[in-house]
Ligand binder design. Structure first.
Ligand code: 5AD
Ligand code: SF4
Length: 448
């Protein structure tokens, strides 16, 4: 009988993708379980982008101490950004941990388990190599989704970041920007499509700079066109786009390639040029708006989403108001907004004029209120329209309904006479707008 592995994932889509890779790497020896109590191996894949997820990761690890007492053979590992950030220190702080695998180290999980077995002492892999070549990991026998066929999947196309925005820990915990080779990416997407996937989301800290550091690689718009030639792949999404590197060439591909979804996540972070400069974002609000106009001209129905940080050190009331003005000007479909959080290694951590917690809280609430109104208006504009939806499975709200997304990445729950449409592209008439989703009625199946 196979042993069992439980992985708890925090943080971004890239962490989710790394978790999937660990499941595949371990699949000869371990099968996944959703119950940590019955696991032989527990991994906590952590995030350190802000203090809150880092804190959550620590308390999650702490939760398994008692299990280890009951079951001394249980192996507990910490992976991801907190593992990378803390390294050896984690073992000193939490001596019941067996493995600490960083953001490149997790690829060697099998070797780490072997070493642990041999040496019977904790194993720490936290080296970050600037010339690291992420290995190709394919779920050849589709072991992971035998029962639960996946319709959408993530594909990491690059790791790390070279931008050093002053608030951000990512360049320190994920290392220098490395683009994966295009052959591996194509092989991975083809394998997923063979296993039933119809939509891929290409992941990278800044996909717009894909391939730039390598001599013979395509650039990102070219990569999108190459991937779009894969038969039976219907949709391609990507995230994240750094506004400074958003090119006309990419805008043209979004406009012209029918498989590329009409959605872009374009993190603004702040609306004041003074704060943008302190953040080291390398664009002004005017330049950002110019790119937004170009996008809207080329792709009139495009959905734009963004990330906002409130309360960056030195952010005055006027600076903050400029962020609010940007929300009104761009009219994002959705935003992800955060209170500024001091991170180790970063430049912003050393800045003066930190904003008090209650003030950050107040600003965040205002951002939420303004955006809720805008999202509501945009969602209401879908009512009465017919949209294409890729069906991902039953609706979480009602098992008699199905759920999928529009090309603009809006969640649609819909009534349907047929519930066996997972993986189909269907036409839905939108009847109602909710806060974070739309409700509609099935009209017809376009592709199966
Ligand atoms: N404080 C608050 N938010 C942060 N982000 C990154 N670093 C910080 C920080 N120190 C946010 C940014 C980024 C998103 C993934 O997380 O908005 O785009
Ligand atoms: Fe962090 Fe900036 Fe890199 Fe994004 S682009 S990961 S915010 S340093």
């Amino acid at each position: 009988m196979k042993k069992r592995v439980y992985i708890k994932t925090f943080g971004c889509q890239m962490n989710e993708n790394d978790t999937e890779k660990m499941y595949i790497l371990l699949s000869d020896e371990y099968e996944p379980t959703s119950n940590p109590e019955e696991a032989d191996l527990i991994l906590i894949n952590t995030c350190s982008v802000r203090e809150k997820p880092q804190f959550k990761a620590f308390s999650e690890v702490g939760r398994y101490k008692y299990l280890k007492k009951k079951k001394p053979d249980l192996i507990i590992g910490v992976t991801g950004c907190v593992a990378q950030q803390e390294g050896e220190k984690l073992i000193q702080r939490l001596p019941y941990i067996d493995l600490v695998l960083g953001t490149q180290g997790f690829y060697f999980i099998k070797e780490a388990l072997e070493t642990l077995k041999k040496n019977k002492k904790p194993v720490v892999f936290t080296e970050l190599k600037p010339d690291f070549k992420p290995p190709l990991i394919l779920d050849k026998e589709n072991k992971l989704s035998l029962e639960n066929k996946k319709v959408t999947a993530y594909v990491t196309i690059m790791q790390g970041c070279d931008n050093f925005c002053s608030y951000c820990i990512v360049p320190y915990v994920r290392g220098r920007e490395i683009s994966r080779n295009p052959e591996d990416i194509l092989k991975e997407v083809k394998e997923l499509v063979k296993n039933g996937v119809r939509e891929v989301t290409l992941l990278g800290q800044n996909v717009n700079s894909y391939g730039i550091k390598e001599k013979n690689y395509p650039d990102f718009p070219e990569l999108l066109n190459m991937i779009s030639q894969i038969e039976n792949l219907w949709r391609i999404r990507f995230t994240t786009s750094h506004p400074k590197d958003l090119s006309d060439k990419l805008i043209k591909v979004i406009a012209e390639n029918p498989k590329v979804c009409k959605h872009i996540h374009l993190p603004l972070q702040a609306g004041s040029n003074k704060i943008l400069k302190k953040m080291n974002r390398k664009y002004t609000k005017e330049e950002y708006l110019e790119k937004v106009e170009k996008l809207k001209d080329a792709v009139p129905d495009i959905a734009i989403t963004t990330d906002i940080i409130v309360g960056f050190p030195g952010e005055s009331e006027e600076d903050f108001k400029e962020t609010l003005e940007m929300l009104e000007k761009v009219r994002y479909h959705e935003i992800f907004s955060f209170k500024y959080s001091d991170r180790p290694f970063t430049l912003a951590q050393k800045l003066e004029n930190k904003i008090p917690e209650e003030e950050k809280e107040r600003r965040l609430k205002i951002v939420h209120q303004i955006q809720a109104k805008i999202t509501k208006e945009i969602y209401e504009s879908y009512v009465g329209k017919e949209v294409e939806v890729l069906v991902e499975g039953p609706s979480a709200k009602d098992p008699n309904m199905l759920m999928g997304r529009t090309t603009t990445n809006v969640i649609v729950n819909f009534n349907t006479p047929r519930l066996d449409l997972k993986g189909a592209l269907v036409k839905v008439l939108i009847k109602e707008a909710g806060k974070h989703s739309l409700k509609g009625e099935y009209l017809e199946t376009l592709k199966l």
